[in-house]
Design a protein around this ligand. Structure first.
Ligand SMILES: *Cc1c(COP(=O)(O)O)cnc(C)c1O
Length: 433
């Protein structure tokens, strides 16, 4: 498979090159040249196929020419090695639990796949790569864990001091080895601005090969399709395609699901569940994308004012607005509604949602109210323990820390404090071994 840049001003590249580069030289996002159709007979037989075999089949066409079957199999085997259950919450609503991975976030799937690909592609090369990311919380942890100990890859993570949760900070700062956390005396926007400047800086780029590990990278975006297939494998109502509600920020996750649907997975319409950062619902009304300043909310991983991946969704529907509207709606959920939903679902169904899952739950419930003959599932993208304040405020109960995390919580945080000033980041990167 080859990939073209959506800006159409850069050459076509292989999966390997797209993974190493991240973004095309013309600033565009990479997009697959053809959309491989899924075999419907294989879909009908999916219940008897293992999760790893499903993941392998889903990814095979996208990596062709860059990874052979054995290499891909080894990578998916080490990506999907935790359960992804579809739990029933009540009669009409199910939760696809994506938080059973090492950092309790759905981003583990994409980050693990990408890190293993990048490690593989660099094996025979004499260069090493620096992965540079800014995080408001979950991206950093998943990337740190995914790349930990991968040869020829150094990871530098910028995070805003005092603005990530305790669990998130441990995940960033306690690994060591090839992972360095920079604690910035500023906001997430400062972190992001500094990272963007680094990607443009000639001194740095003449000495270091920088790449990014966010969802614009095809090796992080595409494997997110896998769990939509695993959800369908567990869906009991095969004559009734599920409505799918996805808590959305940068729109990488929902875009992967729509790709799975467009290539043949029998899913119903998608709901983009958004907090008050809702420029996509405005787009669905007006056909205009107006980036906005982000507003801080309880579902902070979705506080995005200019979702990078939305342009890929437009491309998937070949710029046909009416097709897009038939397959995608958006709902806006406030913080008060988020808290109220966590409380209500806990009380009525005994199920604990995290704030992101709660936004998706309510958005789905609102859509199903208009289509009473349907059922659906939401993507529960993080474990509630990562957002203990909101969950405790809503339920009045402490969320207990899973056993897998308690060792980590005892380790010392190690990070380097820097000012929200690009020169600090630059001198750090230039002096790195
Ligand atoms: C990143 C994240 C999201 C948003 O995913 P996108 O692919 O950026 O739309 C939702 N929930 C959680 C918990 C996240 O970490």
């Amino acid at each position: 498979m080859n990939y073209y840049s959506l800006n159409k001003k850069s050459p076509i590249v292989s999966f390997k090159e797209a993974t190493i580069l991240g973004q095309a030289p013309d600033g565009g996002l990479y997009f697959p040249e053809t959309l491989p159709l899924v075999d419907q007979k294989w879909i009908a037989d999916m219940a008897s196929i293992s999760d790893v075999d499903i993941a392998f089949e889903v990814m095979k066409p996208y990596v062709g020419g860059s990874l052979n079957n054995d290499e891909l199999y080894a990578i998916v085997e080490r990506t999907i090695n935790f359960p992804i259950p579809l739990q029933q919450i009540n009669e009409d609503i199910f939760s696809l639990e994506l938080f059973h991975g090492p950092t309790l976030a759905f981003k583990d799937v994409g980050a693990r796949f990408m890190s293993r690909c990048l490690g593989h592609f660099l094996k025979d090369e004499d260069r090493s790569v620096t992965v540079l990311v800014a995080t408001s919380g979950d991206t950093g942890g998943a990337v740190a864990s995914g790349f930990y100990g991968v040869d020829k890859v150094n990871v530098v993570i910028l995070y805003p001091k005092g603005r990530v949760s305790a669990v998130q900070e441990k995940q960033l700062t306690t690994l060591g080895k090839n992972i360095t956390a920079l604690q910035v005396e500023g906001s997430f926007d400062d972190c992001q601005r500094m990272v963007k400047e680094a990607f443009k800086d000639q001194d740095i780029n003449s000495k270091k090969f920088l790449t990014s590990a966010n969802s614009i990278n095809v090796a992080r975006w595409l494997p997110q399709q896998i769990y939509y297939f695993l959800a369908y494998k567990q869906w009991q109502y095969k004559t009734m395609p599920p409505v799918v509600s996805v808590p959305s920020g940068n729109f990488g996750n929902i875009c992967a699901g729509i790709l799975a649907k467009v290539t043949g997975l029998p899913l119903g319409p998608f709901v983009a569940a958004c907090n008050v950062n809702d420029i996509v619902s405005e787009y669905l009304e007006t056909q205009r994308l107006n980036p906005k300043e982000t507003v801080a909310t309880l579902s902070n991983a979705m506080d995005v004012g200019n979702p990078s991946n939305f342009i890929r969704i437009i491309e998937l529907f070949q710029h046909q607005f009416s097709d897009l509207k038939q397959n995608l709606s958006a709902q806006t959920i406030t913080d008060d509604q988020t808290i109220e939903t966590i409380k209500r679902v806990k009380k009525a169904d005994g199920y604990t949602l995290d704030p992101h899952g709660a936004v998706a739950y309510l958005a789905l419930e609102q859509i199903l109210a208009q289509q009473p003959q349907h059922k659906g599932f939401l993507l529960e993208t993080a474990h509630p323990v990562k957002f203990p304040d909101a969950v405790e405020q809503a339920t009045g109960e402490k969320v207990s820390i899973p056993a897998a995390l308690s060792d980590m919580m005892k380790r010392e945080n190690e990070s380097i404090a820097i000012r929200p000033d690009f020169e600090d980041l630059k001198s750090f990167l230039l002096n790195m071994p």
